[in-house]
Ligand binder design. Structure first.
Ligand code: FAD
Length: 533
């Protein structure tokens, strides 16, 4: 047997989720090896829409400025009827809660290249391409052994790791190894996805259009300067040739001869809605498409996977680098699975609105959808962040409150804040550890709690923001909040109170044997890149 090397974390799969997980772990000082079957990024058309919560994750891995250069904000979502009349419109703001446009359009291979370039610059990460993982074994509490083979070789090689992250996509080997099975959320349809480049004028409102037509449900969006994406639902056994594609895109662009449009890629997909029944066995975890599959109608597959990586990596960092107990890792599945299921159900509901089934019931469903879209409160609700708060977990106690918004489990907003002579985004100021954001001068007891947790205290009065954070705390009737490194609120100090609401629940999970020095803001070099808006 060849010599076995040891590494804290092995990540299987260098798709967007695996590479993001490696970069986030690196931020927490954790080394990882990413094993990937292919040498280069997967080139076929896939994700094109991303929400602002996930752009915040790109900020955490240090590629948000590069991403801004390849992305464009989308105005929102329009539902059209079969004759392309608008039956509903949900606007998305350019200035979302997370400090970025609520929806951004992009090209997945371009994003993946950015992420891989960032990986090359991190000494804590190693990417091995052309390597197929063939086995994962864990015995008791010892290290997890990963067996892999290099392209063209039959000789097995081994890596031992404290933890293994299965980011190996829909056909995940990791999912089989941990004995997980799919829970089927009952959606399965064949669609074709066509990416086109053209110099012709295309009728586009700079947002996503969903054609609600059971005869031919479709999605259209502009994804770049001269790049457009159409998705059409296919009938059983149907294939679309070039002539038929031209007919189908005619409502948006008039093509007189083939050379007018270049079909960059055309691929068929079966869209499914599924969630793995377990996301963890021991120290082997599932993330991304390995753990959940969604139809892409609200642009959430990749987004959900990035959220998985964000949720799990700071917890692994705390266990590995700061001596927190492994119980913290249990909260990964309990927080992420209900959230992923919720988003998949929303996507399936959107599919339902678009296709509505067949026959007279379909007509009724479409008029109901159209009527619902005209109710201002519903329209406004749909325009807010689609992503719900994290539910109850051992780390997050949500309480029924008599007044004010429940902040536990929600994301802290991200305004620009003053720094030196310029301004930076809040997360860049907060750094990578826990933080307390307080609207009142920190009392000695709060200082003691923050010190015990290795958390930094930030006063809203000192931030020099536009008042966003103080207003958000007021809304939640809170004097202060405890934020996790992924910027989710753990607990609040209610206005006028002199303690958090449930310290006994989260303190044992967050306590550490090796505390970092109170979090410093990021290195000046890094700040200077995002210091000016
Ligand atoms: C048409 C379409 C449109 C979409 N639109 C959107 C959208 O707008 N917004 C959005 O958020 N999402 C969208 N998605 C979903 C998104 O593309 C996926 O959710 C995302 O790619 C999942 O990333 P991942 O890293 O989990 O898996 P993948 O991207 O599948 O990566 C898994 C990696 O693991 C590697 N691997 C697998 N097994 C092994 C092994 N045994 N050894 C070594 N390597 C292995 C694979 O080679 C692959 O590189 C869309 C998907 C489709 C198909």
């Amino acid at each position: 047997m060849s010599a076995v090397s040891r590494v804290p974390v092995v990540i299987i799969g260098a798709g967007p989720v695996g590479v993001t997980a490696a970069l986030l772990l690196a931020r927490h000082g954790v080394r990882s090896v990413v094993l990937e079957r292919h040498q280069d990024v997967y080139p076929l058309p896939r994700a094109v829409a991303m929400d602002d919560e996930v752009r915040r994750i790109l900020q955490a891995v240090g590629v948000h400025e590069e991403f801004a250069a390849i992305a464009r904000p989308a105005k929102g979502l329009r539902l059209l009827d079969a004759r392309h009349r608008v039956i509903g419109e949900f606007r998305r703001s350019e200035h979302g809660h997370h400090g970025f446009p609520q929806t951004s359009m992009f090209d997945q291979p371009e994003l993946e290249r950015l992420l891989r370039e960032a990986l090359v610059g991190r000494p804590e990460c190693e990417l091995r391409g052309g390597v197929e993982v063939v086995g994962i074994d864990q015995n008791g509490g010892g290290p997890v052994r990963v067996t892999f083979r290099r392209e063209g070789s039959e000789t097995p090689e081994y890596l031992d790791a404290y933890a293994v992250l299965g980011c190996d996509g829909a056909g995940s080997l990791t999912r089989q190894v941990i004995g997980a099975v799919w829970e089927d959320l009952r959606f399965e349809e064949r669609w074709t996805v066509i990416d086109v480049r053209t110099h012709l004028p295309v009728r586009s409102w700079e947002g996503v259009e969903q054609v609600c037509d059971p005869a031919r449900a479709a999605t259209f969006m502009r994804i770049g300067e001269d790049r457009y994406r159409w998705e059409f639902r296919l009938r059983d056994g149907e294939e679309l040739d070039a002539r038929r594609v031209r007919e189908l895109i005619a409502p948006w662009v008039e093509v007189s001869y083939d050379g007018d449009v270049e079909v960059v890629r055309q691929a068929q997909y079966t869209f499914r809605a599924r969630v793995a029944d377990r996301w963890r066995r021991g120290r082997v975890f599932l993330l991304g498409d390995a753990a959940h599959l969604t139809p892409p109608f609200i642009g959430q597959g990749l987004c959900a996977g990035m959220r998985d990586a964000h949720n799990l990596t700071w917890k692994l960092g705390r266990v590995l680098q700061q001596g927190s107990g492994e119980g913290l890792l249990d909260t990964y599945e309990s927080e992420r699975k209900p959230h992923a299921r919720h988003m998949i159900r929303l996507a399936v509901a959107m599919g339902w609105a678009m296709t509505g089934g067949q026959g007279s019931a379909a007509a009724l469903r479409r008029s109901l959808t159209s009527a619902a879209c005209r109710i201002p409160a519903l329209r406004e609700a749909a325009g807010r962040d689609l992503s719900p708060a994290l539910g109850h977990s051992a780390l997050i106690r949500r309480h029924t409150r008599l007044g004010g918004r429940e902040l536990a489990g929600t994301f802290c907003p991200q305004p620009w804040v003053g720094f030196d002579a310029g301004s930076i985004r809040l997360d860049d100021l907060l750094g990578d550890s826990l933080a307390v954001v307080s609207a009142v001068p920190a009392a000695p007891w709060l200082r003691a709690v923050a010190e015990a947790l290795g958390a930094r205290i930030i006063g809203t009065d000192d931030l020099g923001d536009d008042g966003t954070l103080a207003a958000w705390l007021r809304d939640g009737r809170a004097d202060a909040v405890l934020l996790r490194p992924d910027r989710v609120v753990v607990d609040v100090v209610p206005a006028g109170a002199d303690d958090f609401t449930d310290t006994a629940a989260w303190a044992p999970l967050l306590c550490s044997t090796r505390l970092p020095s109170p979090t410093e803001p990021l290195a000046t070099a890094r700040l200077s890149r995002s210091a000016s808006r």
